[in-house]
Design a protein around this ligand. Structure first.
Ligand SMILES: Cc1cc2nc3c(=O)[nH]c(=O)nc-3n(C[C@H](O)[C@H](O)[C@H](O)COP(=O)(O)OP(=O)(O)OC[C@H]3O[C@@H](n4cnc5c(N)ncnc54)[C@H](O)[C@@H]3O)c2cc1C
Length: 309
């Protein structure tokens, strides 16, 4: 089977790495060797590849920027697709059609240059529009689900069709795609008109705020490790709860709780999957014991068999 996939990729001039470290492509840098890492740079190549893998009954995981996910130390049969499709077009006068491999930074640049407002909250969130949609990314009280009207989906049963927003099953930092198998090819985003200067100023303001509060982008993290829990209808800060347990800056040999923001777990450079898993579990146990509150993980884990959990 590996041979078949390899010759398909070679014949179709699709770039791939064979038996290589997926961790190199993830912001937390946790993940060992996988069978294939495949880079698609257009929707045509991506959808055809998905059809081929579907017909071969091959399991795969598609990622974008790899900024919210970690992989096992070893997964020799895993096929990982890194989606780099990045076209944008005007669908209607108030709606954009965007390839989901587009990076948030490039999208914001487009918004700024075309007076498109309402997406500034994405500033400083690494990754792609596809990843942002799958995890319903957000900040400062806004989420991508507020803007999406629908998407073109490659469904897990091999169909390619337009689905409206209800299909996405959005929740706080969650959607059907986060742990599911359907793939979003394009999303449709409703926008407002704004002025280049005000969009630029808001982006700069947000980036400044984030730089003050978060660990530097050069550190190996996957963003907030836990969701902010809701208790009696009120959202609490997971970071504050962790800090109140005196865990800010807590270190093991391989990983630590950021001393800048307690909801960030940082890979010190050599952490494997179980080092992160154990530290996460330890934090959950301590917070539960002290406050009776169960923290739910936000960062996605992948099993050696290729399931997201
Ligand atoms: C420093 C830092 C700061 C962060 N700050 C924030 C923040 O403020 N708010 C926030 O919400 N998050 C934040 N994050 C987390 C992360 O950046 C976001 O969740 C981001 O939107 C994930 O996008 P990605 O492309 O990297 O997704 P990936 O990590 O590549 O993938 C995440 C999930 O999406 C799925 N997926 C990706 N593309 C598709 C697709 N086309 N179709 C179907 N499924 C898909 C993957 O399979 C996986 O399940 C931060 C992370 C870092 C490192």
């Amino acid at each position: 089977m590996k041979k078949k996939i390899k010759s398909y990729l070679t014949d179709n001039k699709i770039r791939f790495l064979d038996n290589s470290e997926i961790g190199d492509f993830l912001t937390m840098r946790v993940g060992g060797k996988v069978g294939f890492i495949i880079f698609t740079d257009s929707n045509e190549k991506l959808t055809e590849l998905l059809e081929v893998l579907f017909s071969l009954k091959q399991k795969y995981i598609l990622i974008g920027g790899g900024s919210n996910i970690i992989f096992p130390d070893y997964g020799k049969d895993l096929i990982v697709i890194i989606n780099n499709s990045s076209e944008i077009s005007m669908e209607k006068k108030d709606t954009l059609k965007v390839n989901t491999g587009l990076k948030n930074t490039d999208f914001l640049e487009y918004c700024k240059n075309n007076n498109i407002a309402g997406f500034e909250f994405l500033a400083g969130i690494p990754g792609t529009l596809g990843g942002a949609t799958a995890v319903n990314a957000g900040a400062f009280g806004e989420s991508i689900s507020d803007k999406i009207t629908g998407g073109d989906i490659f469904t897990e049963d091999g169909n390619f069709e337009y689905m409206n927003k209800d299909f996405f099953k959005f929740e706080y930092r969650d959607s059907r795609f986060k742990y599911g198998k359907d793939i979003i090819i394009n999303i449709y985003l409703k926008f407002e008109n704004g002025s280049k200067n005000s969009i630029k100023n808001r982006i700069n303001e947000i980036v400044k705020l984030r730089t003050e509060k978060h660990p530097p982008y050069s550190s190996f993290t996957a963003g907030c490790f836990f969701k902010n829990p809701e208790v009696e209808g009120k959202k609490l800060s997971a970071g504050k709860l962790i800090e109140n347990c005196d865990l800010k800056g807590y270190e093991t040999e391989e990983a630590m709780i950021s001393d800048k923001h307690s909801n960030f777990i940082v890979n010190k450079g050599t952490a494997g999957f179980s080092d992160i898993e154990e530290l996460g579990r330890k934090v959950q146990n301590i917070v539960k014991k002290k406050n009776g509150i169960s923290l739910e993980r936000e960062v996605i884990f992948v099993s050696p068999g290729g399931d997201k959990f």
